[in-house]
Design a protein around this ligand. Structure first.
Ligand code: PQQ
Length: 238
């Protein structure tokens, strides 16, 4: 790996916005879509027990995301940004006429055979998953709001993973009620909207080369959160 010292990075010319964005996108190679457990899930070879393990553990990510977004909101002095960011919390928690993403994930849980109370008890959440997700929430609490925004940019890669599941699960896992897949469908347009805003903030805030490298490091941290969750799930159920 090409390791540069801080001083060396400081001397590098900044990337123009298109190049910086391309560098962020190039991080896709570290996305959990390529994790062996996800690859096997996509190939259709997981047992019901393994699918249930993944759904029960990912639930912990789902319920912590609104708290992560509330931390970013709490750190943000800009009213306009707060108005837009607030929607992310409502997407997951729900509001009038919209049951929200956490409820949709609960229905996914029921569709794969996890009763609601069992999912909500968090009794299947593994220590490694809890540790990784809490690390993400704590990062958002302690970082600047722009750094928190940057850490959400793994969502650039999420529409593809949702579309893959929608395309393959009905054939590969016919025992799962397709109604349960609504969560994945709902996230595609929301993720695209989130990414547009997240990129706008990130490209405007991280402008020197040193800052741009910092943004790449933040994105890598978040990729590692998702990868570590998969590692823990694979170890327990794989
Ligand atoms: O199913 C997935 O693989 C996946 C990944 C990610 C992601 O890349 O962080 C998110 C989601 N789903 C998701 O559903 C979601 O609501 C979400 C919010 C965020 C975030 O960081 O704010 N990431 C993700």
């Amino acid at each position: 790996m090409n390791m540069m010292s801080r001083a060396e990075i400081g001397c590098q010319p900044r990337w123009d916005k298109a190049t910086f964005q391309a560098q962020l996108l190039a991080k896709e190679e570290h996305y959990h879509i390529h994790h062996p457990f996800n690859v096997r899930m996509q190939e259709g070879v997981l047992t019901p027990e393994q699918i249930r393990g993944w759904v029960a553990n990912r639930f912990y990510y789902q319920i912590r995301i609104p708290q992560k977004d509330a931390a970013i909101l709490a750190n943000c002095p800009d009213r306009e940004t707060r108005r837009r960011w607030l929607l992310r919390i409502l997407d997951h928690d729900g509001c009038d006429g919209n049951a929200g993403g956490i409820e949709a994930w609960t229905r996914l849980g029921e569709a794969v055979g996890i009763p609601r109370a069992e999912l909500w008890s968090l009794r299947h959440v593994l220590p490694g998953v809890r540790f990784a997700v809490d690390g993400y929430v704590n990062f958002a609490r302690q970082a600047s709001w722009q750094e928190g925004v940057c850490s959400s940019l793994t969502e650039m890669f999420a529409p593809r993973i949702h579309k893959d599941r929608l395309a393959s699960w009905p054939t590969n896992y016919p025992w799962i009620d397709p109604e349960g897949l609504h969560y994945f469908r709902s996230r595609i347009s929301l993720a695209e909207r989130d990414v547009e805003h997240g990129l706008q903030v990130t490209l405007a805030h991280f402008v020197t080369r040193e800052q741009q490298e910092r943004a790449l490091g933040i994105l890598q941290f978040k990729l590692d959160v998702l990868w570590s969750m998969m590692d823990a799930i694979e170890r327990a159920y794989g």
